[in-house]
Structures are given as C-alpha cells and as structure tokens.
Design a binder for this molecule. Sequence first.
Ligand code: UT7
Length: 335
Amino acid sequence: MYSAGILGIGSYAPDKILTNADLERIVETSDEWISTRTGIKERRIVAQDQATSDLAVEAARKALAQAGVSGAEIDLIIVATISPDMLFPATACLVQDALEANNAAAFDLSAGCSGFVYALVTGAQFVASGLYEKVLIIGADALSRLTDWEDRRTCVLFGDGASAAVIGRVPEGYGLLASVLGADGSGGETLMLPAGGSRRPASLETVQAREHFIKMEGREVFKFAVRIMQEATLQVVEKAGLSLDEIDLFVPHQANVRIIEASLSRMGVPSERVFLNVDKYGNTSSASIGLALDEACQEGKVTDGANLALVGFGAGLTWGGAVLRWYAGGNRSDD
Ligand code: UT7
C-alpha cells in the first residue's frame, strides 16, 4: 500500500454575496436570528448562467495548478454533489470534459455534506492500492438552485461553492492516516429533496407542492449532527493512534457554529484549533470542508506535518471523518 495525501487544494465561491440583511427582504427573518442560531452572516450565490460543474471546474483548476499536475495526468475524477447539473450524465464527466482530463475515469458521489470526506477517502483508496497515481476529488454544490426561497427554515442556511484536491502518493507517515465513513438511511427523510427522481418524477403536481426544493427537519438534523460529530471525531482520531490534543487543526463541516460548539467545544477542543468560515459562506454542503481546509491553508494555519481532523455529517444521513498528516512538499506551488 502507498501513502496517499493531498498534493494540491483549491476552492471557489461565486461572486454574488447574499447577506442576512438581503434575506430580511425576502422572508420573515432577521440578521439577529440567523447570526445567533447559526453564526452565518452571508453566503455566495451562483450567477444565472452558472451550474455546479462550473464551480467544480474553477476549484479543480486551482487544485491542479497548486499540485503542478495537468488535466491529462489525472486518472480519476470524483465529484461529490447533491446538486448535479442534471440527473445524468454525471457532473464528474462534465468536469472531465472541461479540464480535458482525457485519461480520467469519472463518477459522482452523493453523500450530502459529508461529500468532501467521502470523496477524499474514496479517492485515497485508489492511490493507496496503486491502481491510480493521481485522483482529483471535488465537492461542489449550488444549493441555491434547490432552495425554497419562501421557506425561512432552510433558505437562510445554504450557500454555493466548490472545493477540490489532487490526491497522490506522499512519503510514508504523511497523508491519510485514518478514516471513518458511516450512514443511517433510516434518517434520510429528515433532509431530502422529495421529487424529480424515479420515486416522484417531475409533474405539475410535484412542482405545485414545491417538492423540488430541499425539505429539512432542522431540530432532528441538529441532534444527529452534535452526536455524530463527537462520535466520529473520537473514533477517527483514535484510529489514527492520536489523542485530541495531538490534532493541530479541526476542520469540521461548516453548517452551524452551534453544532460545532455543542460537539467539539464540549469535548474540550479549544476554539483556536477549530477552523471556521461558516460566517462568510453558510453551509456549502459537499464543498464545505474542502473550502474551509483551503482557506486554512491560505491563512498559513496548516504547515508541513500538521495533524488535521476533518469531520462532516449530512443528508443520507451520512457522516465521515478523516485524519490527515499534511504534506507540504512535492510540486506544490502556492502561487
Ligand atoms: O449540513 C446538514 C444540514 N443541516 C443542518 O446542519 C441543520 C441543522 N439544524 C440547525 O442548524 C438548526 O436546527 C436550525 C438553524 C435549522 C434551526 O435552529 P433551531 O434553534 O433548531 O430553531 P427551530 O427550528 O427550533 O425554530 C425556532 C423558531 C421557530 O419559531 P416558533 O415555532 O418557536 O415560533 C421557527 O419558526 O425559530 C423560527 N424560525 C425562524 N425565525 C426567524 C425558523 N427559521 C427562522 C428564520 N428566521 N430564518
């Protein structure tokens, strides 16, 4: 088995900013409610002509540039998304075409907000086994396209964005040290998009019932999230043979600061070792953890040999945790 790690990382968020004050003009809400209940101040929204694959390609180009790898060198592209451009073909195939990654296999993965971790762990297996040398993983979502802008319980939470990483061989002792992936399908109905698939195909009735929009039982998801953030963090850190104190930076799914406080803070993790950017982007779903990790790198918070714990939860219900020892060598260019 080879050691597999991140050779380059990149992220992208669309230019348009939607603030809490803007939302006050759309639904009955307030900056005060959104800030205190979620920690979100603003989020990014795709332009009219942008879809998930466009966000994915922007993030991927940055990750490839940082890794010093061309599209043609990529063996596999995995796009984690729950808002694909269309049901099929896979968004990963659209990305493959745009990047001229002509030697790459491509598929999508649906794991909600655990998507980035699921893709990272899946991609790393191909590198670890020796089957592939370079895997491009992407978490990308444009949930504003699937949001019910009349539902204040959900429309204030989500934002659009993408993050990407090139996974390849790294020296022994670096890279992915441990992972946990899990699912509890019995909780699937607490966070779903009911219509538009083979169970409830699009019809006038489904559109009139607003079933093509995200439905969420927020409190149920909140309880699940707090419990699973704690369990998955403890499990994956222990699996890596480390203690919580030995993790230099925690990069949790950016859904809600209250979830992070109720889980990581209660476990005794000091806030200086938890990266947060949910205030600027809201919950970007599959993109969230990679977007946070990329910003942490840009802010100089991730140095060679740092132990990182990435933990996410989301629709499915799913959860995923990964402990990485950061590798800052190779062809990496920080331009
Ligand atoms: O990545 C996974 C995706 N999902 C999540 O991470 C979501 C997890 N859940 C949460 O983060 C929280 O449950 C929410 C932020 C969604 C909601 O916070 P909460 O503290 O659980 O609020 P609640 O749903 O219990 O609602 C409290 C009140 C309700 O009013 P009443 O019934 O007490 O009169 C809601 O109608 O707040 C009301 N409310 C709002 N008020 C102003 C709900 N949304 C809003 C809003 N603005 N946007």
